[in-house]
Design a protein around this ligand. Structure first.
Ligand SMILES: Cc1cc2nc3c(=O)[nH]c(=O)nc-3n(C[C@H](O)[C@H](O)[C@H](O)COP(=O)(O)OP(=O)(O)OC[C@H]3O[C@@H](n4cnc5c(N)ncnc54)[C@H](O)[C@@H]3O)c2cc1C
Length: 412
């Protein structure tokens, strides 16, 4: 019989100190497991902190059916993760850290002060108080022949042989914050099924904007417009014209479908509605009014309020023959085709698609090929638009991986 008082607690190594790894650390440490968390960077939670710079959108308040639909073809996998920790539970958990939240007009949920730093500070204190030891500047390099983890640190390399491992290494964007995707070959070598990392919530490039458009309007926002893909219902919002293409929240909202269309066809056509609140016949009627000696630019501005970057894009993407015909010009104003040919590089994207396929994992997020090793967070093969859906699934998956490791330790 084992004497419980002399049995050392189980030991788990967590690699990666983003929201997923920290949540796994919380679950395990609260269950009495000894947790060492290793992160390659000089501090943990760097991407989480960056997410707080423009206003930390931690989750979304929309009803569950709409919420879960955001995860598209991975909705069932994510639903299994959210079962024990959904958007409401996440909010309650944040409140438990002494941070209040509010629901913005769009239904997005933010900490009251919009920042990530106070939340991370309170959380790290709680984790340290629970005994979690955080080792920064410690990079996981793979496995030794005897199955120990290889951890590189400034003075050299060490081998660590815990009872279980949780990998929460992030996706492949913003490598300078730590998530560099260097884990891919390490897991592929062990036979883990991984879908290639691709940009998600990214901008796109066009073949080329004219010099005039670039010089005068790169960086200009297009507001109160709608975007769609052919055959799909338009979405209202805004985006920004860039030196080489388009980016911003409305573009991100379409980015998964645009990326897949480019992968399949080599390009994708976004349809821009410059006047979403005006029907095409009203626009044609306004354009047909006599303009006398006024220039076409003045006519567009006077009749329809179109000027600046909107009028410039209309010029850029049509020709004189369209401007000469009010019906055709009205149709162009309602569905101006922007042909995009490639996403911006993965490193610039808000998040990445691809990663460890759910089919390679059991219900507790343990790798079927590498028993005792669990995965969580953005390194799993799912994607979601911005709106708090990314963090919600990262937190929930960290929790499931932590619980999965606990279960595995118990049943060994
Ligand atoms: C600009 C920006 C704004 C964002 N805003 C939001 C938002 O408002 N709402 C939202 O829901 N999401 C947002 N996101 C996305 C969100 O921040 C990420 O999805 C989330 O941080 C991913 O969490 P994670 O724990 O999986 O990985 P990460 O947060 O990327 O953490 C992974 C950690 O693993 C470490 N690591 C990697 N490899 C190794 C290794 N070999 N050895 C040791 N350590 C390693 C890294 O240093 C890093 O600390 C934003 C992202 C960006 C870039």
């Amino acid at each position: 019989m084992t004497d419980a008082s002399t049995t050392p607690p189980a030991h788990v190594a967590i690699i990666g100190g983003g929201p997923a790894g920290l949540m796994a650390a919380e679950v395990l440490s609260l269950a009495g497991v000894r947790v060492d968390l290793y992160d390659a960077m000089p501090s943990v939670g760097r991407k989480f902190l960056l997410a707080g710079v423009g206003g930390m959108n931690i989750t979304h308040s929309e009803p569950y059916p709409a919420f879960i639909a955001r995860y598209a073809e991975r909705r069932e996998n994510i639903a299994a993760l959210l079962q024990g920790f959904d958007a409401d539970a996440l909010r309650a958990w944040i409140h438990g850290l002494g941070i209040n939240t509010f629901v913005g007009t769009s239904g997005r949920v933010f900490p009251t002060d919009m920042k990530a730093a106070p939340l991370l500070r309170a959380w790290l204190k709680r984790l340290r108080d629970a005994g979690v030891v955080i080792h920064t500047r410690h990079r996981w390099l793979g496995w030794n022949d005897d199955g120990a983890l290889r951890i590189g640190y400034p003075q050299g390399e060490m081998a660590v042989k815990p009872d279980a491992v949780i990998l929460a290494l992030g996706g492949g964007s913003w490598a300078r914050l730590g998530s560099d995707g260097a884990w891919l070959p390490l897991l592929a070598e062990r036979g883990v099924d991984i879908s290639p990392l691709q940009a998600a919530n990214s901008g796109f490039e066009v073949a080329a904007w004219s010099d005039l458009l670039k010089q005068k309007f790169a960086g200009a926002p297009l507001k109160n417009i709608a975007l769609s893909l052919p055959g799909q219902a338009p979405r209202l919002g805004e985006f920004v014209l860039t030196e080489g293409g388009v980016e911003g929240s409305l573009v991100y909202a379409w980015s998964a479908q645009v990326r897949e269309t480019i992968n399949r066809d080599g390009s994708a056509t976004l349809l821009l509605d410059l006047l979403p609140n005006k029907p095409v016949d009203k626009i044609a009627a306004a354009l047909s009014k006599p303009r006398g000696s006024r220039s076409m630019a003045k006519h567009l501005h006077g009749q329809l309020g179109l000027d600046g970057v909107k009028a410039a894009l209309l010029r850029e993407l049509t020709g004189p023959e369209v401007f000469a015909d009010p019906q055709r010009l009205a149709a162009a104003i309602k569905a101006l085709p922007i042909v995009v040919v490639r996403p911006r590089p993965l490193d610039e994207a808000i998040s990445s698609a691809g990663g460890v396929r759910f089919e390679a994992l059991d219900q507790g997020l343990m790798l079927k090929q590498v028993p005792g090793v669990f995965c969580a967070g953005e390194m799993l093969d799912w994607e979601a638009p911005t709106g708090g859906y990314l963090l919600t699934a990262c937190f929930a998956s960290g929790r499931v991986a932590g619980l999965g490791a606990l279960d595995w330790l118990k049943n060994r």
